[in-house]
Design a protein around this ligand. Structure first.
Ligand code: ADP
Length: 192
């Protein structure tokens, strides 16, 4: 049973790493950003509500995000564990996740942080903008997302560090090398 979170600034590669790490542990990678993008693509009501915030690089309001996550975690594939990507992003969301898990008599095991320098992050995102054409990968929106990460999401890392469940891994270098280091660090932590 592994209930994990992956955290890292926009452009840190956490989405890609999440997929590989989750496959290794046989659990679903659940990305709130990806769930929102699917809603936008499918033109659902929730997608319409979220898209304005996403296009500006702002956070979607908590009641929308948390309700969406709660529903996703109730799906059968998440019963044996999960790797959350993109949630919690604020200290308020830590409490919301704690409540969701407490309702299920579950706790978090490990929070994995991917580190990278701001220069590296910006250049990766601008490259991704050309390759994938994500609407929120333009320079002003990227700057906004980095700023929110620093102001709102760094305190989340601090809180998990205080709980003693934060692991940090260097997110620069080859994709495979980072995946291996992350899996090794997680296996160590889960074995304790
Ligand atoms: P990145 O980490 O590159 O910023 P994500 O794919 O994780 O991208 O998220 C894309 C967008 O989805 C965010 O900028 C935000 O608008 C919205 N979003 C994702 N997760 C959350 C969350 N936990 N709370 C609020 N908004 C969120």
């Amino acid at each position: 049973m592994a209930r994990l979170i992956i955290m890292g600034p926009p452009g840190s590669g956490k989405g890609t790493q999440a997929e590989h790490i989750a496959r290794h542990f046989g659990i679903p990678a659940i990305s709130t950003g990806e769930l929102f993008r699917t809603h936008v693509r499918d033109k659902t009501e929730l997608g319409a509500e979220a898209s304005g915030y996403m296009d500006r690089g702002d956070f979607v309001p908590d009641h929308v995000t948390t309700a969406m996550l709660r529903v996703r975690l109730e799906e059968a594939d998440a019963a044996a564990g999960f790797l959350l990507d993109g949630y919690p992003r604020t200290v308020i969301q830590i409490g919301a996740l704690d409540e969701i898990l407490a309702d299920r008599q579950q706790t978090l095991e490990v929070v994995l942080e991917l580190n990278a320098s701001d220069d590296e992050l910006l250049s990766r995102m601008l490259r991704r903008a050309q390759e994938q054409g994500r609407a929120d990968d333009t320079e002003p929106v990227i700057q906004r997302r980095l700023e929110l990460y620093r102001d709102q999401t760094q305190p989340v890392l601090k809180a998990y560090s205080n709980r003693g469940i934060l692991l940090s891994v260097d997110g620069t270098g080859e994709r495979q090398t980072i995946t291996k280091a992350a899996i090794a660090a997680l296996e160590d932590a889960l074995a304790v």
